[in-house]
Design a protein. Structure first.
Length: 372
């Protein structure tokens, strides 16, 4: 979480801006949890049904060992953040945006295609027994999956990365991207591996925000940000001095320099942002949102409905506590408190139901395969 508008917003919309209010954090968390939960239910149901093979979901990690899986994903996060830092510091912003665009396009297409292709089969299996889609129907679903996936990927890149569509479209697409990312992490990681990944990345989030790549990127962005302000203030001061000598020539020169540099309105806006760093608004990062959805989805499909509800309240309480801590610093890792409390609440409720042999609705609690 960040206390103001993004330090590197020129790279794209990879966060949502919300007020420092309970409802402001609860509503997007609820929306992401519900959407991620629905998507997870469909995918998980497909791979565990006869039409999907009935053998369970494939493992997203190349390792069977859950501890190696956690190290694998934490390693990917570290290497990715470090590469972004190097490109941001020494490279071209356009190159970084292009890399983001490729990554977002590929993942968006894969996520949406998988949902479009699998959901009809699972719903058909649930609603009608012993019936199989015709071959022509299979081809139609495949084609629709490809077309919708490509269109969705293009829309995500145009809005999120290049911000060619006005707000709130970029933030809405960022939320949907987080939904899809959280869904697939919850579905395609085994139960114990998913817990270890959430814990491992929460620890990494702390290190990255206070000592690692995120902190360094923020510092570089802040430095460049202030340099732009100083240069434009100096430019305005020089223009005023020249104006006392020849107002006509200064007017002509100023209009030319305004075209080449930052417009006055944009400059004043950035100065206002700098003066009011600790405002009523915060930024909730895409990674935070994705793991909020992942935690809820994981609890729903692995532990049951009641643990999932408990996980949601744990995430919201953790986010509120994180916002409180933001009153003292510029940045706070958004995962540790939310994921930590969410896991404690979910596993606590699941444990109570399991120990008391709860016999209510069958989806109230489930018996996960921890090492499978």
């Amino acid at each position: 979480m960040v206390n103001r508008v993004s330090y590197a917003s020129e790279l794209g919309t990879f966060s949502i801006t919300i007020k420092k209010r309970i409802y402001s954090i609860a509503i997007p968390t609820l929306i992401i949890s519900i959407l991620s939960g629905i998507c997870s239910f469909l995918l998980f149901g497909f791979f565990n049904s006869d039409v999907g093979g009935g053998e369970g979901t494939p493992n997203a990690s190349p390792f069977e060992n859950p501890y190696l899986t956690a190290l694998f994903f934490v390693g990917i996060a570290f290497v990715g953040a470090f590469m972004i830092f190097l490109i941001f510091k020494y490279g071209n912003i356009k190159l970084l945006k292009a890399l983001f665009a490729i990554a977002v396009a590929l993942t968006s297409f894969f996520f949406v295609f998988m949902l479009i292709y699998t959901a009809p089969y699972y719903l058909h299996e649930v609603l009608t027994e012993n019936m199989i889609f015709a071959n022509s129907t299979d081809t139609l679903i495949l084609v629709l999956g490809i077309i919708i996936g490509l269109l969705y990927a293009a829309l995500t890149v145009v809005s999120m990365v290049y911000q060619l569509i006005p707000e709130p479209a970029p933030q809405i697409m960022a939320m949907l991207f987080a939904v899809l990312a959280g869904t697939f992490l919850a579905v395609f990681l085994p139960a114990l591996a998913a817990i270890l990944v959430m814990i491992g990345l929460s620890i990494y989030d702390i290190i990255s925000v206070f000592k690692g790549p995120i902190k360094k990127i923020a510092e570089i962005s802040e430095e460049r940000y202030l340099q732009d302000i100083e240069e434009n203030e100096k430019l305005q001061s020089e223009n005023k001095e020249e104006g006392s000598i020849n107002s006509d020539s200064v007017n002509e020169e100023t209009s030319t320099e305004k075209t080449e540099s930052m417009p006055d309105e944009k400059l004043s806006s950035r100065v206002a942002d700098e003066e009011y760093i600790y405002s009523d608004y915060i930024e909730l990062g895409l990674g935070d949102l994705a793991f909020y959805g992942m935690l809820f989805s994981f609890a729903l499909i692995r532990l049951g409905l009641y643990p999932a509800i408990a996980a949601f309240f744990g995430v919201v309480i953790g986010a509120i506590l994180t916002i409180k801590l933001l009153e003292k610093v510029k940045m706070m890792p958004g995962l540790p408190l939310s994921v930590g409390l969410g896991l404690i609440f979910a596993l606590g409720v699941w444990g109570i139901l399991a120990l008391t042999n709860y016999s209510g609705w069958s989806y109230g609690w489930l018996e996960p395969v921890w090492f499978g």
